[in-house]
Ligand binder design. Structure first.
Ligand SMILES: Nc1nc2c(c(=O)[nH]1)N[C@H]1C(S)=C(S)[C@@H](COP(=O)(O)O)O[C@H]1N2
Ligand SMILES: [Mo]
Length: 197
């Protein structure tokens, strides 16, 4: 029986080319948070990008909603091995936010309300690869999933998709964020299993 069910699982994995190595499919939406869920009033919410010259650009909740809003259909992959296919989000492309930003730095630190951080290369946020998302499945994003807004970087493991996002600061070096300091890979590509270092 055990051998039979393992074989069945492996055939299923191979039959779905959207599933990265070592991942299984889930229809649920698990919640994974390193701390309590912060309660953020959209009247108080801001998102900022700070550069090496000290310039900080801020958007209020209303201002970010005045930017072009995109529908995103994508698969997501958590390093704890669940993957969820064809999720639906709405948000503003990080390209749109960076259109007026003048920076020569190649790395960013993403900061969340509550203190969570994660590091990325700027090129992993640009080129239609990342969004500040505020709707999931046609509804405002649930607080436990990062509402009112989270970063969405679906081509990397989901710990890079910072919930309760509040800003990005440019960095000269790829300094590690919260999970990256605690053993997670600096980059996090699910297709090459960049899980831990
Ligand atoms: N601010 C914040 N963002 C976070 C986390 C967190 O603990 N705090 N956990 C990360 C991890 S490890 C994962 S897998 C996903 C989980 O998102 P979910 O709870 O919506 O499934 O959020 C990521 N973003
Ligand atoms: Mo995770």
């Amino acid at each position: 029986m055990a051998i039979f069910s393992r074989g069945f699982g492996e055939r299923r994995r191979e039959s779905d080319p959207r599933l990265p190595p070592g991942q299984y499919l889930t229809a649920d939406f698990p919640v994974l948070s390193a701390g309590p869920t912060p309660q953020i009033d959209t009247a108080e919410w801001t998102f900022s990008i700070g550069t090496e010259t000290g310039v900080v650009t801020n958007w209020s909740w209303d201002e970010i909603h005045d930017l072009p809003i995109e529908d995103v259909h994508t698969d997501i992959h958590c390093v704890t091995r669940w993957s969820k296919l064809e999720t639906t989000w709405r948000g503003v492309s990080v390209d749109t936010l960076f259109a007026g930003i003048d920076t020569a730095e190649k790395y960013v630190m993403v900061h969340s309300y509550g203190g969570y951080t994660t590091n990325l290369a700027l090129e992993d946020l640009l080129g239609g690869k990342a969004w500040i998302a505020f709707d999931f499945d046609g509804e405002p994003l649930d607080p436990e999933h990062g509402g009112p807004a989270r970063l969405l970087v679906p081509h990397l493991y989901f710990w890079k998709s910072a919930k309760w996002v509040r800003g990005i600061t440019m960095q000269a070096h790829d300094d590690p964020g919260f999970w990256e300091q605690n053993g997670y890979h600096t980059h996090g590509d699910p297709w090459t299993e960049e899980r831990y270092w």
